[in-house]
Design a protein around this ligand. Structure first.
Ligand code: PMP
Length: 423
C-alpha cells in the first residue's frame, strides 16, 4: 500500500524544541508551503560534491570543468523532471519570484497580462510594465476557464498576451485547471506561465502534457536548500529580450567601438539571463531533489500525501469552531496545504500556541496572497504588514488565517499531534 510508504528522510527531523508547559518535544515542521525541509539525499549529494566545486564556465582547471559539467547536466535533469519540449530553455534563477520577474522583464512590447486576483504576490505583482487585467476569484475550476476565455476574447488590441496562473494554491492547496486554462490561452493567441511553486513538490508537472509555455518553481519548496529557482520554457521571448542582468557569463563578445563605446553580443542560450557567477550548489541541489522525487515515485508520494490530507481534514471536521478555507469546495483535488480559522481565536495566537505548547510549526497571516485570503475570509482585514498578520485582541474575530502544510518528509505522528492540538 503506497499510502503506508515511509516518509522520505529530511533534515531536521530529530530537532527538539522546548515547550512552555515544560520538557521538550521533536519539532513538527508543518509549514512546507513556506519552505520544505531539504531531503537528506540532497544534503548528502551536496556534501559529496562540495570538496570538488569550482566556478562554472570560467576555466580549464579540473574542478571548474567538473562544476560546469554538473551545472549543465542539472539543466538536463530539470528539463526531464518537467518533461520540457526539446527546444525549451531551462534558466536558473534565485526563486519563483525571481523567475516570474525575469519573465516580466522579457515580455514583448505591448504584451497584455491576465492574472487571477487569487495568485500569490509573486505571480500577481511582477507585471508592472505591462497592461494587466486582474480577474475576479472564480468559485469553480470551470468558472476560472470561462472567466479567462471571456477576458481574452474581449481584449483590444489582439497583440501578444500572457496568462499567469498557479498550479496549486499556497492558501487552499487546491489544484487549478492548468491544462484547460492553457488550452483557452492558446485558443485566443495568448501564452501561459505556470507558477508551480506549490505544485511541483507535490505532483508531477509535464510541460508537454499541460501544454504551458513556461514553468517557474523554487528549490527551497522542492526539498532543496534556499537560493535557487527555475524558469523553464519557450526560448523565443527569452532570446529576443535584453538580458535580465547585464554582466559576465551573459555576454559572448564585448569590444570597444571606434567611437569609444562598447559593443556587446549576448548569448542566446539560457546563459543570457544568468549573468554573474551562478549558484552552482543551489542548482546542483535542485537537480538532486528532482532525481530523488522521481526515484521515490510521485505515485507513492501523492498517495501518502492524500493519506495525510485525509487525516487532517477528518480531524478538523470534528472541531465545530474550525472553518477550512476553500475556493472550489470540499471535493476539489488538492495538495497538502490547508488553511483555516478558528472561531473565537486570533489566528496568530493560535499558531503561537501550537508552537509553544506542542512544538508544531505552522504559518499564520495572509500568506502573501492578500486578495485571496480577504475573499476567503469574507471581510476586509486591517492593515497587515507585508505577508504578515494584523493584530486582533484575544477573543476578537480572526482577520488572518492559519495554514498547515506538509509533504514527502512528514510522518503520521506530526499530523496526528496537530489534530490533537487543535482539538
Ligand atoms: N508562488 C507560490 C504559489 C508560492 O507559494 C510562493 C512562495 N510562498 C511563491 C510563488 C514565491 O516563491 P519564492 O518565495 O520562493 O520566490
Amino acid at each position: 500500500d503506497p499510502a503506508c510508504a515511509e516518509p522520505l528522510a529530511v533534515l531536521g527531523r530529530d530537532v527538539t524544541v522546548p515547550l512552555v508547559t515544560g520538557g521538550e518535544v521533536t519539532y513538527a515542521a508543518l509549514d512546507y508551503a513556506a519552505s520544505a525541509p531539504a531531503l537528506q539525499r540532497v544534503w548528502d549529494d551536496v556534501a559529496a560534491y562540495a570538496p570538488y566545486y569550482g566556478s562554472v564556465h570560467r576555466g580549464a582547471g579540473y574542478l571548474s570543468q567538473l562544476s560546469t559539467d554538473l551545472f549543465e547536466q542539472s539543466r538536463v535533469t530539470v528539463a526531464e523532471f518537467l518533461d520540457c519540449r526539446p527546444a525549451d530553455q531551462v534558466v536558473f534563477t534565485r526563486s519563483t519570484t525571481d523567475s516570474l520577474n525575469l519573465l516580466a522583464a522579457v515580455l514583448p512590447a505591448g504584451c497584455q497580462v491576465f492574472v487571477f486576483e487569487t495568485e500569490h504576490h509573486a505571480s500577481l505583482l511582477p507585471w508592472v510594465d505591462a497592461e494587466v487585467t486582474y480577474l475576479n476569484a472564480p468559485r469553480t475550476p470551470a468558472e476560472a476557464v470561462a472567466t479567462l476565455e471571456r477576458a481574452l476574447a474581449d481584449r483590444q488590441p489582439h497583440g501578444p498576451a500572457l496568462v499567469c496562473v498557479t498550479g496549486a494554491s499556497n492558501v487552499t492547496g487546491e489544484l487549478w485547471p492548468v491544462k484547460e486554462l492553457a488550452a483557452a490561452a492558446h485558443a485566443h493567441g495568448a501564452r501561459i506561465v505556470l507558477d508551480a511553486a506549490q505544485l511541483a513538490p507535490h505532483h508531477p508537472v509535464s510541460v508537454q502534457e499541460l501544454d504551458v509555455d513556461w514553468v517557474a518553481f523554487s528549490g527551497h519548496k522542492l526539498y532543496a536548500p534556499f537560493g535557487s529557482g527555475v524558469l523553464a520554457g519557450r526560448a523565443d521571448w527569452l532570446q529576443e529580450a535584453e538580458p535580465y542582468l547585464a554582466g559576465g557569463g551573459a555576454s559572448r563578445k564585448v569590444a570597444r567601438r571606434e567611437d569609444g563605446g562598447v559593443d556587446v553580443e549576448w548569448h542566446t542560450t539560457a546563459a543570457r539571463h544568468e549573468a554573474g557567477s551562478p549558484n552552482v550548489i543551489g542548482v546542483y541541489s535542485i537537480a538532486s531533489a528532482c532525481k530523488a522525487l522521481t526515484e521515490a515515485g510521485f505515485e507513492s508520494l501523492v498517495a501518502r500525501e492524500h493519506h495525510l490530507i485525509a487525516k487532517v481534514r477528518a480531524g478538523l471536521a470534528e472541531v465545530p469552531a474550525v472553518r477550512v478555507l476553500s475556493l472550489f469546495g470540499d471535493d476539489a483535488p488538492r495538495v497538502g496545504v490547508i488553511s483555516f480559522v478558528v472561531d473565537g481565536w486570533n489566528s496568530s495566537h493560535f499558531a503561537a500556541a501550537l508552537s509553544a505548547e506542542y512544538g508544531i510549526g505552522v504559518r499564520d497571516g495572509l500568506f502573501c496572497a492578500h486578495p485571496l485570503v480577504r475573499t476567503l475570509l469574507g471581510s476586509e482585514p486591517q492593515e497587515p504588514g507585508e505577508c504578515g498578520a494584523p493584530e486582533a485582541a484575544p477573543g476578537e474575530r480572526s482577520l488572518n488565517a492559519i495554514r498547515v502544510s506538509f509533504g514527502a518528509g512528514t510522518p503520521d505522528e506530526h499530523v496526528e499531534r496537530f489534530v490533537r492540538a487543535v482539538k
